[in-house]
Design a protein around this ligand. Structure first.
Ligand code: HEC
Length: 166
């Protein structure tokens, strides 16, 4: 009995610490907002593939997801930034509804969740969607590219196939 409140306390502080660490990392990668513009517009095939997977799997029927047309579901958590949470890649714990949570420290963790939620959290309301591990990894890459301002890095400039600099 006594251990439960302690566990809750630890989880909460890890959540907050993890979120601010993730923000710090994002800031470190983009020291000047203007300087990141070039990288930002460059297409990332994994992110583009992930966008296609997310549309095909209709994740947006249950989730609100920035950059996905019609993805305004409210059955599952908003996967973009909200007033109270960073985008999902910045959340140290996910699947906290209605209780219990799954660690989320990397795109690999996100991919594992997307591919098989009930194994990571028995009883979760998110079903196994039957995605291949490649598709789950692509979807995770897309979610990982959602920025704190809700924009998506790696989609390329409105699909107008810019130069592939390298
Ligand atoms: C049938 C509705 C449904 C569909 C379809 C669905 N999800 Fe979910 N998803 C949920 C629910 C409900 C939760 C919350 C689960 C929990 O807390 O146990 C969730 C949680 C998540 C989370 C964790 C978010 C957080 O902050 O806790 C991610 C990431 C996620 N879903 C991604 C996806 C992706 C990607 C797809 C499509 C491949 C998808 N989901 C399809 C219902 C759905």
């Amino acid at each position: 009995m006594a251990a439960f409140p302690i566990w809750r306390g630890v989880t909460k502080s890890r959540l907050l610490g993890g979120a601010s660490l993730a923000f710090g990392a994002l800031l470190a990668v983009q020291p000047v907002a203007g300087a990141s513009a070039t990288t930002y517009g460059q297409a990332d095939p994994a992110v583009q593939a992930g966008q296609a997977v997310i549309m095909k799997a209709n994740c947006g029927g249950c989730h609100t997801i920035p950059g996905i047309p019609g993805a305004n579901g409210t059955f599952g958590p908003n996967l973009g930034p909200t007033d109270s949470a960073p985008p999902v890649s910045g959340r140290a714990m996910i699947a906290s509804f209605p209780n219990g949570a799954v660690p989320n420290n990397s795109p690999d963790d996100l991919a594992a969740w997307i591919q098989d939620p009930p194994t990571l959290k028995p009883g979760t309301a998110m079903p196994r969607l039957g995605l291949s591990s490649d598709d789950a990894a692509a979807a995770a890459a897309y979610l990982d590219a959602i920025q704190p301002d809700g924009s998506i890095a790696g989609l390329g400039d409105s699909g107008s196939g810019g130069g592939s600099g390298g």
